[in-house]
Design a protein around this ligand. Structure first.
Ligand code: PLP
Length: 402
């Protein structure tokens, strides 16, 4: 055993030596105070600036009430896989609601966004023999894993580079089955993919399209239907994937598409079939959140206002950031040790929590702080954030890092 333990210990030391040993920041939310939470480690309240609960929906009264009511009525767990007693009514409603949101015929809910990508993409090649996959180089780990598990022939195109994508598509005959996989908003840069151009290429070269709308569903487009809807190309995308864990503030993932595609994935995908389904309380909460954001623009409008204020304040205090016109505000540090120490100083000295993002989430040398404002952040919080970052970036000679 001691030999084995040494192997584990060495694997941890290797990560520590690269400055990317992860220490999780424990948070205790006291609901009305969000985005302020109590940190047991620092024994004080801190303001969270890095949550993917982008609109604060996890703290929304309607969402919480839906979770409590359904749990009281239907139990804490779902009781089984979808096939064996685990298909609760709120889940069925949720799938219909998501299909309607994305203007598709049907929807399918998975236990997380990660699983929905992995399970769907790994299954598509089983359904379509000879499928060749074209994947953006910055696609999320769950997409990469799904394609890897599919054992399909895969081509990675340079990030959002439609010329490169076309070169690759061209090298196959028209009748060869093809799939282009990309995201709408990339999570670590906040940039938007050239959706229209990709859809045009897909049509021209006879390819299916799969988009990950994890960082845009709920946030953009009519009724929060995402970027594909906002740009008017949702009808040109064959499979729209999303999460219930970010703008919708709960947990779970999904795909929406034509009825036959959904039915086929439902019948063939091990990641969907062989796992217990989400509990009714979770489905109900997600349903309440999706429904609310379909009819209310208030959260989205306030979100945009806060984002603009944060960007203006950072500019005023001379903190450089990447502005790709979305809600994700990356501040580049490009050094794992500095990134970690700034993150720690923010927490310790300023009561501000922005998780430092290191490898493997971003490439080595591209470490960053990723700021995600929410409608719940106040002007005073914004001021404090900008002042703290400015002081720390000055102290670390990092004003030019972006
Ligand atoms: N897709 C993208 C682009 C993501 O960034 C993430 C998670 O951050 C996921 C999928 C996974 O979604 P979930 O957190 O719901 O598992």
């Amino acid at each position: 055993m001691s030999d084995y333990l040494k192997i584990f210990r060495d694997s941890i030391l290797a990560i520590k030596s690269e400055g990317r040993y992860r220490i999780f920041t424990e948070l205790q939310y006291d609901n009305p105070k969000a985005p302020v939470a109590f940190s047991p480690f620092y024994n004080k309240e801190i303001t969270v600036w890095c949550s993917n609960d982008y609109l604060g929906m996890s703290h929304h009264d309607k969402v919480i009430a839906a979770m409590i009511d359904a749990t009281k009525l239907m139990g804490a767990g779902s009781g089984g896989t979808r096939n064996i007693s685990g298909t609760n009514s709120p889940m069925v409603e949720l799938e219909k609601e998501l299909a309607d949101l994305h203007n598709k015929e049907a929807g399918l809910v998975f236990t997380s966004g990660y699983i929905s990508n992995q399970a769907t993409l790994s299954t598509l090649t089983k359904i379509i023999p000879g499928l060749v996959v074209f994947s953006d180089e910055l696609n999320h780990a769950s997409i990469i894993q799904g394609i890897r598990d599919s054992k399909a022939v895969k081509h990675v195109f340079r990030h959002s580079d439609t010329k490169h994508l076309e070169e690759l598509l061209k090298s196959y005959p028209t009748q060869q089955p093809k799939l282009i996989v990309f995201e709408s908003v990339y999570s670590m840069l906040g940039d938007i993919a050239p959706l229209k151009e990709i859809c045009d290429l897909a049509k021209h070269y006879n390819a299916l399209t799969y988009i990950d709308e994890v960082h845009s569903a709920g946030l953009y487009g009519e009724r929060g239907a995402g970027i594909a809807n906002d740009l008017g190309v949702d009808d040109k995308i064959d499979i729209i994937q999303g999460t219930l864990a970010k703008a919708f503030g709960v947990i779970g993932g999904y795909i929406t598409a034509k009825r036959e595609i959904i039915d086929s994935i439902r019948l063939h995908s091990p990641g969907f079939i062989f796992t217990t389904s989400l509990p009714p309380g979770v489905s109900s909460a997600a349903l309440a959140s999706v429904r609310h954001l379909k009819s209310s623009d208030a959260e989205r409008n306030l979100h945009q206002k806060v984002i603009n204020k944060v960007k203006a304040k950072l500019t005023e205090t001379n903190v450089k950031f990447i502005d790709n016109g979305t809600h994700i505000i990356p501040v580049m540090v490009n050094d794992p040790f500095k990134c970690q120490s700034i993150g720690e100083a923010l927490l310790r000295d300023h009561g501000i929590y922005i998780q430092h993002i290191n490898f493997p989430t971003v490439p080595k040398g591209k470490e960053r702080l990723r700021i995600t404002p929410t409608p719940l952040h106040t002007d005073a919080m914004i001021e404090k954030l900008a002042d703290a970052l400015s002081a720390l970036f000055d102290a670390n000679n990092l004003k030019q890092a972006a």
